[in-house]
Design a protein around this ligand. Sequence first.
Ligand code: AVJ
Length: 312
Amino acid sequence: MRSTVADLTAAFRYDIMEGLSLAPKAIPARWLYDRRGSALFEAITLLPEYYPTRTERSILASAASEIAALAGPGRAVIEFGSGSSAKTRLLLAETEPSAYVPIDISGEFLREVAVGLSHAFPGLPIYPTEADFTYPFALPDEIASTARLGFFPGSTIGNLTVPAAVDLLRAMAVTLGAGSMLLIGIDRIKDQDVLLPAYDDAQGLTAAFNLNLLHRINRELGGSIPLGAFRHLARWNDAEARIEMHLEATRDVRFEVDGRVFSLSKGETIHTENSLKYGRRDAFVLLQAGGWHPVADWTDDSGLFSVILAEQ
Ligand code: AVJ
């Protein structure tokens, strides 16, 4: 499957016009990740307040040999959304894989990842695969008869609602096939005094990441959104066990996007991201609903984050 710049622009326009017409307004989180958004997210992962990335990495480092023993050698490692090369290296170094298949919707990013890893792991076959992994897709022919280990780190699953997360896990089960395993990182429910600063840091990087969406709309869709009329808002929704990011209008505001007029009253928000958090058993239930049976799980000393190995 190929996605061209024209396809992406059309999908972006559709989602923005649709999202700004909803009440309340809401835009899918995937559009936060343009070039600048992705760079800002990389910077967020290094912040003192943003615990998930470093916590997951340290869990993987200490669990790697157990994971390798449970999965066994010779599996093809299939990474869904190949953004996290530091974590990938840890896994590849330990599990003696027979191949590495990074999956991403962006071909450009895939090639960069593949080049970096081929230097670090000479002799490991790498098959970069451009696909939208929210639907089942065909893995490369070269690994047709190889056992598979899926890798889905970063608690990216948390950006999906529960039904969408179940659909995704089921699609992954179909793609990976019978006998496959899945190693997934899932962020835990915890105190708001830890959660909120992780999504509203003192340096304002998360605010810049969120507000960048408005820049992107102005730039790519010829919008006239006054950026000064919005502020970043992170809130904990306890009933849904999720952090929500919003862009809040600080005054009544009217603007145009692609020739259409939109308005917000002071205090009204555009919902831009959900980041769902799961208790240990909640995570097991989610995996089971998605067709995966937990085999083992690991956490850090404070129970901030979970890494779970599951099988079909
Ligand atoms: C990488 C999508 C899981 O939800 O924690 C970080 C995205 N948003 N800060 C997360 C994010 C704001 C991140 N995910």
